[in-house]
Design a protein around this ligand. Structure first.
Ligand code: SF4
Length: 290
């Protein structure tokens, strides 16, 4: 849980401004702690139905066990990231009136939160696609898609919930893949270990040992890297879109130029102070504790 100084109701000059896509829990009505339902598991220590507040939620929307989430069995709470949807919905779409004051707003507010989180995640990726592409047309396509998504959100809860998210998702995905192919190709001439036959989109790489390897330009989109040993490896230009990095060992790895890496992926992995990250991402606090 983090806080930033942006005005959550303000419209950024571009929907692809990542500053507005960071969580600002102090301006959110704990939507992640209420809207979603959870089953008791290794990530969440109790059953909680969707639409009801977690029993650890305080009246002021803070978490009463924030400092001890992991040891108390709430690891999933330390992994989740709303991409700024919480403050956007709480302060922007619902004008700062919370669901305790206006219980009738619960349903539409929680539905809007789920939709905006999906859309903000798309904006996060599009911002990177626009920044990484060498092709002005692809950059324009990313910017235009960002504008469409931004308008869909700013149109208000009713317009938002009518939006065909799947269609937008398909368009965004195509753009991300085009940029990925372009960026990864720029690493191929320099050689590297990316041609390892085991590495590919959606590959089952659970527990694989890839420490110290130069994986530049590999396409690991959607790959299962749970528990993989990536220590001291170079992941420059590696497409990690949707890759499962739970418990992946990232100590000393260079992820500073990895493609489509997100904060929740990092939060679920295990790195250290020597792990190199893209400028927009931060070292999870539990890495230091580990
Ligand atoms: S444990 Fe804390 S952070 Fe997790 S859902 Fe409950 S109130 Fe929210």
């Amino acid at each position: 849980m983090q806080s930033n100084s942006a005005n959550p109701a303000a419209h950024p000059a571009s929907a692809l401004d990542r500053q507005s896509l960071r969580p600002d829990c102090g301006n959110c009505f704990a939507l992640c702690c209420t809207a979603f339902g959870f089953s008791r598991s290794a990530d969440f220590a109790l059953d909680k139905p969707a639409g009801s507040p977690c029993r650890n939620l305080a009246p002021d929307f803070s978490c009463t066990i924030h400092a001890t989430l992991r040891p108390r069995g709430f690891r999933g709470c330390t992994v989740f990231d709303c991409f700024g949807a919480g403050q956007k919905v709480s302060q922007g779409l619902f004008g700062g009136t919370n669901w305790r004051e206006a219980p009738d707003s619960k349903g539409p507010m929680f539905a809007a939160f789920k939709a905006v989180r999906q859309l903000h995640e798309m904006l996060w990726y599009l911002a990177e696609a626009r920044r990484r592409t060498f092709d002005p047309d692809l950059g324009r396509r990313a910017e235009e898609l960002g504008a469409i998504i931004g308008q869909a959100i700013d149109g208000g809860p009713q317009q938002l919930l009518r939006q065909d998210v799947q269609d937008l998702h398909a368009q965004v995905r195509a753009t991300l893949m085009d940029v990925s192919a372009e960026v990864r190709a720029s690493y191929f001439a320099a050689g590297g270990d990316h041609l390892d036959a085991r590495l590919g989109p959606g590959a089952d790489l659970m527990g694989i040992r890839l420490s110290g390897r130069r994986l530049c330009g590999a396409d690991l989109r959607g790959a299962y890297l749970i528990g993989a040993d990536l220590r001291d490896s170079d992941l420059s230009g590696v497409d990690l879109l949707g890759a499962d990095l739970r418990d992946a060992r990232l100590a000393g790895a260079d992820l500073s130029k990895a493609l489509y890496l997100t904060q929740p992926q990092l939060n679920s992995a295990a790195g250290n102070g020597l792990t190199r990250l893209p400028a927009d991402l931060v070292i999870p606090s539990h890495w230091h504790q580990g």
